[in-house]
Design a protein around this ligand. Structure first.
Ligand code: FES
Ligand code: FES
Length: 160
């Protein structure tokens, strides 16, 4: 069984993993990172999105062995000193949580979107999050939250 080393939310782990083990199951079942949900079995929903070496990935479409030597950040690693990440706070303040199932993946995808486009239009936000599905179909609040998150992260947000 391959042995991998991976840093998750700032802590280094060494784990023996079956070659077929998915990263999302390593995170949830072995490391207790249950803040990252599994929302589908088709790699469509994006609920399982985490940062892998700084870029958002659907962790159900990555094998744990592929994360060997990598740095992973889950939604549980975003807060610092008990303070929510600005994007988490924006989701809270804009009531973008709804049932909350898709929220971790939405937050991670939004942060990645701002890395590439710190001043996203509403259209860019909707396009940037199109790999993340919200079954509550409440995208208006989510888009507002991403705009607010961008503002509070010190970025000017323009209206399309
Ligand atoms: S659980 Fe990964 S995309 Fe749905
Ligand atoms: S908030 Fe319920 S699935 Fe998005």
């Amino acid at each position: 069984m391959p042995r991998i080393a991976v840093t998750v939310d700032g802590i280094r782990y060494e784990e023996d993993v079956e070659p077929r083990l998915l990263l999302v199951h390593l995170l949830r079942d072995r490391l207790g990172k249950t803040g990252t949900p599994v929302g589908c079995d088709t790699s469509n929903c994006g609920a399982c999105t985490v940062m892998l070496d700084g870029k958002s990935v659907k962790s159900c479409s990555v094998l744990a062995v592929q994360a060997d030597g990598s740095d992973v950040v889950t939604v549980e690693g975003l807060s610092a000193n008990g303070d929510m990440h600005p994007m988490q706070r924006a989701f809270h303040e804009e009531h973008a949580l709804q049932c909350g199932y898709c929220t971790p993946g939405m937050v991670m995808a939004a942060i990645d979107l701002l890395r590439e486009d710190p001043d996203p239009s509403e259209e860019a936000i909707r396009k940037g999050l199109e790999g993340n599905l919200c079954r509550c179909t409440g995208y208006c609040n989510i888009v507002r939250a991403v705009r607010r998150g961008a503002q509070s992260m010190g970025q000017a947000v323009t209206t399309p």
